[in-house]
Every structure is written in C-alpha cells, then in structure tokens.
Design a binder for this molecule. Structure first.
Ligand code: COA
Length: 324
C-alpha cells in the first residue's frame, strides 16, 4: 500500500486591523524604537479591537485556507486549533470555530502548547491523516496574546501581537509532511508562565492577575540551544540534509533567535521567512501567519521543502519538515 502523507493544500491568515508601532509604545512605557528593533527586530504589531476574539481571527484565517484549498467546511473531518488564549474556558475555540464555519459533526479540539501550539497541532493532525483516521483536516494557530500583556511592563509588552493562521491538510500519496518532532520540559515553567487560572485561582490584581511572567534573557538562551538540537533531530527524522531545505519558517519571537537557527542550518537569511518585524510574537499564530505570507507573496512554491519550528512556554518546542 502506498504511503499516505498529510499535504498542505491551502493556507490562510488573519490580523486585527489596528497596528501599534514602536513609536506608539514609546508613549506608554519607557522604551524606544531603537531598543525594540535592535533587541528583537520588531517594528510593529497588530492588536485586537475590544470584543475581537481569538475565535474571530481563527475563523477568518480558516475561511481563507479553505478557499485556497478548494475544500468545503462540511468536508472536514477534524479541526485542531493551537491556542493559549481561548475565547472562553469551554467549549474549546475549535468547537466555536467549527460551528461558525459550518463543519458541525467533525472532531474538534484545542491544543495548548503556548507558542508551539500550531506546530503541535500540525503534528497531531499529521498522525490522524497517516493513520487513515482523517482525510481533510483544518489546523489553526490563533491568539489574542496581548490580552495577557501588562502594558506597564516594558520587558514584555513590546514583544507580543495578535493574529491567526491556518492550513488545510489532505491525505495524499504525494508528500507531504515528512516528520514532526514534539517536545516539552515542564521543569522550565518558572521562566515563562501566566500564574493564574480557574483551578489555581485568580488574584485581586489588575486583569485578575492574568499576565505574562518572563525571564527574557534565560528564555533566549534556552531557546537558541534547544532549537539547535531540534533542527538536527528533525533532519535526521526526515532522512534529509540541511542543504535540501528551501525555506526555514521559524517561530517569530525574536530576530536574533531566528538568525541563530539559520546559522546553525548554514542557511542565508534570504531563505528564512521573517514576519516578526510586522507581527511581533503572535504565539501559536506566528508560524502559520509566516507560512501564509510566504505562500501568498510567491516566495514559497509547490515542491519546495520547508522546515517549521517553534518554541514556547512550558517549555515546549516542536518542528515539522514538509514538502509544500
Ligand atoms: N525598552 C528599553 N529597555 C528595556 C526594555 C524595553 N522595552 N526591556 C528591557 N529593557 C532594559 C532592561 O531593563 C535592561 O536594563 P538594565 O541593563 O539597566 O538592567 C536592559 O534593557 C537589557 O535587558 P536584557 O534583558 O539584558 O536585554 P536582552 O538583550 O536580553 O533583550 C529580550 C531582552 C526580552 C528582548 C530578550 O531577552 C528576548 O527576546 N528573550 C526571549 C523572549 C522570547 O522570545 N519570549 C517568548 C518565547 S516564545
């Protein structure tokens, strides 16, 4: 029997309308455009309007991906959505999006792997397709992470933005996803976390204590080191050489982390998709947003090999090596 691959047949993305530049942030906190650009590569971010939710962005991105794939929502047999900022506690955002798309009846669930959410979701969806369980799957990464941002804290508020991206995966004899690698180490929780929740309880603080706690310098160091070994592991899992990769599509958190990974792969920055300048860190939204931008701008073409990777709170880290 021929090998079944999960193949991306359509991509889509969505961003809130409102753009906030570094100069805008200079008016809120003690920071500068120069500091933000040189430390992170970020120039601007999109921020959701009041009432605009993760589900709104996810639905729009999904509709665009379905349209690009020429797949009707009713044909889907699975929706996996990576997010850390669900609209409500339950039902899952995947269920809310499913209903809005008109895909009622198919399996739908969220994956919370912080910034690695989309790549985790892609890994899960790949297994469903390879096993023969699913034929047409919608995979989404969507966040309104700025809702967790403390706008008085310059160390974190300059880093994040809102957005969503989606892909349609279909079972195919043509490759396809070659390999996915998913990892986590909960021992690093203290370096990047949001301390409150339904079970642990909320706090009598602004925003009920919902805020990102991050030790930036430590996160940076572990991210660079971890992504280094992840790249090697992924190439080995796919039985490929770094020279066979056409495009690196990394998590868009910090340009310096991205450059370190590209260097490890011996790839010039011309082969790296960078959107962190325009979108900042949109967590689960970042990789599928970058992918959709690369596809729609004509950079990424059919038949090319793409290496997707992400790193986030947990820590979690994940990759996918695929032929587009
Ligand atoms: N504007 C101006 N100054 C700022 C600032 C801001 N927005 N944020 C921090 N600073 C200051 C610090 O207070 C510090 O001042 P000090 O030297 O007087 O104490 C100085 O800048 C340097 O801080 P440092 O933490 O050493 O900077 P850095 O080079 O490590 O860059 C990050 C900070 C956060 C940009 C960087 O560590 C990073 O990107 N880390 C990874 C974060 C990440 O990607 N998180 C998400 C993972 S999914």
């Amino acid at each position: 029997m021929a090998q079944i691959y999960a193949r991306i047949t359509g991509t889509g993305s969505a961003l809130p309308e409102r753009v906030v530049t570094n100069a805008d942030l200079e008016k809120i906190v003690d920071t500068s455009d120069e500091w933000i650009r040189t430390r992170t590569g970020i120039q601007q971010r999109h921020i959701a309007a009041d009432g605009e939710t993760t589900g709104d962005l996810a639905t729009l991105a999904a509709q665009r991906a379905l349209e690009a794939a020429g797949v009707k929502a009713s044909e889907l047999d699975l929706i996996v959505l990576g997010t850390t900022t669900p609209d409500i506690i339950f039902p899952s955002t995947a269920c809310l999006v499913q209903h809005r798309l008109g895909a009622n009846g198919c399996a739908a669930f969220d994956v919370n792997a912080a910034c690695s959410g989309f790549v985790y979701a892609l890994g899960v969806a790949d297994k469903f397709i390879r096993s023969g369980q699913s034929k047409k799957v919608l995979v989404i990464g969507a966040e309104t992470l700025t809702r967790m941002v403390d706008w008085n804290e310059r160390e974190t508020c300059v880093l994040f933005g809102d957005g969503a991206g989606a892909v349609v995966l279909e079972a195919s004899e043509e490759p396809g996803i070659f390999a996915t690698c998913l990892h986590a180490d909960g021992g690093f929780k203290h370096l990047l976390y949001n301390p409150v929740g339904v079970s642990a309880g909320f706090k009598d603080e602004p925003n009920h204590g919902v805020r990102i706690n991050m030790s930036g310098r430590e996160v940076f160091k572990v991210a660079v080191k971890t992504l280094d070994s992840l790249v090697d592991e992924t190439l080995q899992a796919a039985g490929m050489e770094a020279s066979q990769i056409d495009w690196l599509i990394p998590h868009q958190a910090n340009l310096r982390i991205i450059e370190a990974t590209a260097k490890r792969l011996n790839m010039p920055m011309e082969q790296v998709i960078v959107t962190v300048d325009k979108h900042a860190n949109t967590s689960s939204g970042s990789v599928p947003l970058a992918l959709d931008f690369a596809v729609r701008s004509g950079k990424v073409k059919r038949g090319q090999n793409l290496l997707l990777e992400a790193f986030g709170g947990g820590f979690t880290w994940a990759s996918a090596l695929l032929r587009y």
